[in-house]
Design a protein. Structure first.
Length: 118
């Protein structure tokens, strides 16, 4: 019964977008709201991980902590830049993937070093 209800909700939203005047604007509004909810969920997750790992972060050296926060900030900037079409030139996608892989690799290396016994 729950599945049928969910399908009916989706069908009603699709009908509203397709048949009502201004449905495209409604779809844009709904998509914007869903995007904001998704970004808020990501922010909440990052906050929770930060709160749970405060001791680990406090034991990092200043250089590693700066590298970690810099890589996370660079990932956020890369996501924003991609959505704004900054890398739309030839080879931009390759550059974007390389930068993203480098940032993720840096986060992984710092995390592995922080959680291993040396």
């Amino acid at each position: 019964m729950r599945t049928i209800r969910n399908i009916a909700i989706i069908a009603a939203l699709a009908a509203a977008v397709d048949f009502l005047p201004g449905g495209g604007a409604a779809a844009t509004t709904v998509l914007s709201a869903l995007t904001l909810i998704f970004l808020a969920a990501i922010a909440w997750l990052v906050y929770r991980v930060y709160r749970e790992q405060q001791l680990t972060l406090a034991t990092l050296s200043d250089a590693r902590r700066a590298g970690l926060f810099g890589a996370v900030g660079a990932i956020a900037l890369l996501i924003v830049a991609e959505s704004n079409g900054v890398f739309s030139f030839r080879g931009g996608l390759v550059l974007w993937i390389a930068l993203l892989a480098a940032c993720i690799g840096l986060v992984f290396v710092i995390w592995r070093d922080a959680t291993s016994y040396s």
